[in-house]
Design a protein around this ligand. Structure first.
Ligand code: TXA
Ligand code: MG
Length: 353
């Protein structure tokens, strides 16, 4: 294990630790840090060599662009050009916060950071340690989620250590993140703007300000039209645990009855089925390794514990995973987007008895 791990108080990070981390970033090194969404793997966003290192550390294809994180509103126009009024309005309302916006890039942003694109994704995270680190690093931190490419995003520092401990210089451990799913991405290079990735900031919240907003048709893999998602990172099988994951739809009783049969079959074949359930349904399962990740009445808990549960199933060596569908009103769109990708879009229907 090469990376040093420094524990920080997420609300009042020790200035010495932040200064040390900022020095590493200014020198071209990599530092993982907590944000309100997931842990990020930071490098200097204006240094092409740092971005190259990020791709290498994650094992990420270098045509998959990175988000540039800023800490001050006046820094937005240094990296982004042609910022519409509506986007400034969203920045006022949601920044710092879990919203990423895409604009044409300015020449200071290297193509290494944008995966060769002429646009740049920008976000101001709502996390005191992240904001302090960005300032200490000079203002522009490129940061994808701090997982190995294809693995679930990290919600704890230990997840980062597991995936990237050998590859990076420092991990700032600020405990468990708040939201647990990556930011909402809105593309302002198109008019009307397009949601490329759903997140905590929902379509309904955005529509209050923007009126007209579209979802990237590439997000809907069930649609007839098979356009690939516009965000390169949304094209890969992703967020995935090691064991194959299947989403099971139906009423709570249908799903439980069906999964009790499937989990028993898995056991008889010498395996172990992991079952991703919620507080309301966990008691309905008699077989398999059952994990409740929260109550459907507050789906923020479900969002927050999803990736951690997928990683735990890996540790517990389950041979397959079944998940209930979580089409909840608030974060359901984001939760199901990640689950479907983790499942490689494998969704089955529990039989109607
Ligand atoms: O919450 C988050 O956004 C976290 C934390 C660390 O801030 N970051 C994150 O980064 O999720 P990453 O790299 O794992 O996901 C960024 C997504 C990728 O799907 C990428 O393809 C897309 O944003 N993206 C970035 N720049 C883009 C651009 N210029 N055009 C289209 N998609 C872009
Ligand atoms: Mg990611």
């Amino acid at each position: 294990m090469k990376a040093q791990i420094i524990k920080i108080d997420p609300k009042h990070p020790d200035p010495k630790s932040i200064e040390e981390a900022g020095r590493i970033l200014r020198g071209g090194g990599l530092v993982a840090f907590p944000t309100e969404t997931v842990y990020g793997l930071g490098g200097d966003g204006l240094n092409p060599k740092s971005s190259d290192k990020i791709y290498q550390a994650k094992g990420r294809p270098s045509d998959n662009p990175l988000i540039v994180h800023i800490a001050r509103m006046q820094d937005l126009s240094k990296v982004a050009a042609q910022i519409p009024e509506a986007a400034l309005g969203l920045a006022e309302k949601f920044w710092p916060g879990p919203l990423t916006m895409i604009f044409p890039k300015t020449p200071v942003v290297p193509y290494e950071t944008t995966g060769g694109l002429d646009s740049v994704a920008v976000r101001m995270p709502d996390h005191p340690a992240a904001l302090a680190l960005i300032r200490a690093a000079g203002g522009f931190v490129a940061a994808p989620s701090a997982n190995r490419s294809g693995r679930p995003s990290p919600t704890l520092a230990s997840h980062v250590a597991e995936d990237l401990g050998e590859e990076i210089d420092l991990i700032l451990d600020g405990g468990m993140v708040g939201i647990g799913l990556e930011s909402t991405i809105v593309d302002f290079t198109e008019s009307p703007p397009v949601i490329l990735r759903p997140g905590f900031v929902s379509r309904e919240m955005l529509e209050q300000d923007l009126g007209n907003i579209r979802m990237d048709p590439g997000l809907d893999q069930t649609s007839e039209q098979k356009t690939p998602p516009k965000a390169p990172g949304m094209r890969y099988r992703h967020y995935a645990p090691k064991a194959p994951l299947t989403i099971v739809e139906g009423t709570a009783d249908q799903v439980a009855e069906y999964l009790n049969v499937l989990a028993r079959q898995e056991e008889q074949a010498g395996g172990l089925a992991g079952i991703l359930a919620c507080d309301e349904t966990a008691r309905l399962y008699q077989s398999g390794l059952v994990k409740s990740i929260g109550s459907r009445s507050s789906d923020q808990a479900i969002a927050r514990h999803l990736y951690q549960a997928l990683r735990e199933f890996d540790q517990e060596r389950v041979t397959c995973i079944y998940s209930e569908a979580f089409d909840t009103p608030q974060m359901g769109q984001a939760i199901m987007n990640r689950l479907r990708k983790a499942a490689g879009h494998c969704v089955i229907q529990a039989p109607d008895k």
